[in-house]
Design a protein. Sequence first.
Length: 315
Amino acid sequence: MKPEYSVVLPAYNECEGLETVVEEIVSELCKERSIFEIVIIDDGSNDSTWKIINALRKKHYQVKGLRFARNFGHQLAVHAGIKATSGNFIAIMDSDGQDPADLLPVMFKKLKTEGYDVVNCVRKQRKESGFKRACYFAFYRVYKHLVPFELPLDSGDFSACNRNVADIISSVSQHTPFIRGMRAWAGGKQCKLEYEREARQTGVTKYSMGKLITLAMDGITSFSKIPLRISIVLGVSISGLSIVFVIWVLLQKILGLDPATPRGWASLACIVSFLGGIILTVLGIIGEYIAHIFDAVRGMPPYRISEQLGFDQLP
Ligand code: UDP
Ligand code: MG
């Protein structure tokens, strides 16, 4: 029978805390007296995460599992999970106990009875390092000026949506999906739900600074053309400035103000290195967009699922 609720849990080396998280979800959703499923995506873990998913499946028929052939990354794991769900209402959570399972019934109620398309869970307080908090703070505030939709400030992947939004997200086959951007892009009736984000219950964060920067870049280049436009503005402005500079140099020559000794090499070096920096930055920005096109035209699937549990066939 088709489930009413689906919960997507991406898991990468989460053998320590996964069981507790799943037990909490089962206990919360059993109270709802509706059919539900929990889709866990093992993102190429090299600990016993897949074994635990197998054990959980034996204990709870609602648990289903997908195993990636290697570590393809959090966003792809969430995307594959959403694609594999069949419930009418879908929630996404971390599998490290940071997102409170007791919020699930509240989120589902907002979708089901209040008619929201998307529930964005917004972190009231983060229990992470000051540096990471500052990075997130800055990112969300810059991002909202770059994209043509409203992404609630400080909302992460902990969220819920209805089947229609989940189908839209599933229909996009991108190598670098940015799930929070996709659900904001979908528009419709969206709401925020504030919550206090717990510290990780077990294990360590799988998001290094490098992965966070990649995620931010993917989020920007997937949904915004503004960096390209900034490149154009920068190019035009610098060209304008160089015309003024050329006129100034010519005037010096014509009016005989130019002394015979070679001068100006220092300013020349500054200008050349400044322009070199700008050119490389602009090329880098263009390169990011070309990488997306390359991924799209190559026609390769974004990930490979090697094993599944509880599905009739590989989703
Ligand atoms: N995760 C994943 N693949 C990865 C990195 C993370 O599936 O390559 C999962 C991880 O197990 C967790 C969720 O994505 O359930 C979020 O990761 P994490 O908790 O490490 O990020 P943080 O909450 O520290 O930003
Ligand atoms: Mg986490």
